[in-house]
Design a protein. Structure first.
Length: 212
């Protein structure tokens, strides 16, 4: 079963909440990043989590102690999961994973970005292996390069794969799912639309059509 995640990268609290409610029947999770949290405050995670589970996309990549504090703040405000940069290494991932275990949350690891990532890409296979071996819950793999999703699927086995880059960045719903993604992450195509609900419904129906 494949799902849809809304990347809620707006910077207005009221619009964020309206959008979340508007598309809630078609999305499985809401993903928030720094633009919204810095604008509306960390409490926005708690507010949005009353609509759908929230993934805090903080791309945590600091020393283990600082990273654990960032993760704790997200989970204390009802985040379902956090996203870390695998490039930070095993000590940082383990520190964040320890915090997630306290809250029953999940940790997803960036292997490479959906934009050009000439440095990360050299090590993304190794990052995926690390995430798998230390027990993280999933990885982030780019919908803009479906062949990388397929390769990373071979490495991580049954771990969740969340794939950003569909829509505005050119990634294909169909190709990404066929490559092995569990969740498609879509942002601008939905939240900049005059009819975000209709766009979310269309993507949802395309996803479900591939499951038949």
């Amino acid at each position: 079963m494949v799902g849809l995640i809304l990347a809620l990268d707006v910077m207005d609290r009221n619009r964020a909440i309206w959008l979340a409610r508007e598309v809630s029947e078609y999305v499985d999770y809401l993903k928030v990043n720094y633009p919204l949290v810095l604008s509306a405050g960390i409490e926005i995670i708690r507010e949005l989590s009353e609509i759908k589970p929230v993934i805090a996309d903080f791309k945590i990549a600091d020393i283990p102690y600082t990273s654990s504090l960032i993760a704790r703040k997200a989970f204390e405000n009802s985040a379902f999961a956090v996203i870390c940069h695998g490039m930070a290494g095993s000590d940082t991932l383990k520190a964040v994973l320890d915090v997630s275990d306290e809250f029953g949350g999940e940790v997803y690891v960036v292997t490479e970005l959906s934009s050009e990532s000439e440095f990360l890409r050299k090590f993304s296979d190794e990052i995926a292996m690390l995430a798998r071996d230390i027990g993280c819950h999933g990885i982030i793999a780019p919908a803009t390069r479906a062949e990388r999703v397929a390769q990373l699927r071979k490495i991580v086995g049954s771990m969740k794969i969340l794939s950003p880059g569909v829509g505005a960045q050119g990634g294909s719903v169909e190709e990404t799912i066929k490559a092995g993604a569990d969740y498609i992450i879509v942002g601008r195509s939905i939240y900049t639309s005059d009819e975000p609900k209709a766009v979310a419904r269309d993507i949802y129906e395309r996803i479900k059509g591939l499951e038949v």
